[in-house]
Design a protein. Sequence first.
Length: 177
Amino acid sequence: MESRQNAIIYWTLLAYKEWSFYIAASEKGLSYVGSQQKPFEEMSDWISRRFPESKLVQDDEKMVPFVQELIEYLQGVRQAFSIPFDYRGTPFQLAVWKALCEIPYGQTWSYSDIATHIQKPAAVRAVGTAIGANPILITVPCHRVIGKNGTLTGYRGGLEMKTRLLNLESGKSALEL
């Protein structure tokens, strides 16, 4: 595994209509999407834990491609992302995050659906833990995962953000988002 030390991590604040969250990227791709209306420290703490000795640099220009695709998604005109990702995790986490990217836009899967999809049907709790560790909200759509009984469950960005994203994808209240 390549060293994360001395890497430059670029960041910006994405502010669009009622949306406001920090995003960060390495030279390889989008590495972090923050929670709605959370302080800079949520991102900087995450970066310092996962990219020790890296340099955090605000670079709004370098972040334009990431901001552009996220805004297109928030406008309801983008259903899939073409930007590169740089997320790192255990092999199990990577399998779960890959499965999240396979949930079709506007649909939801349960935690047990994800566990079955990755051929680990008994690993529902571990799937939940891996989903909770997803560093790039929205683009790796963990908001599309709900409880087996159809209820909304935990989300790093908060249930309000999760509800807004699901409503956006279903076409509900699209003009208000």
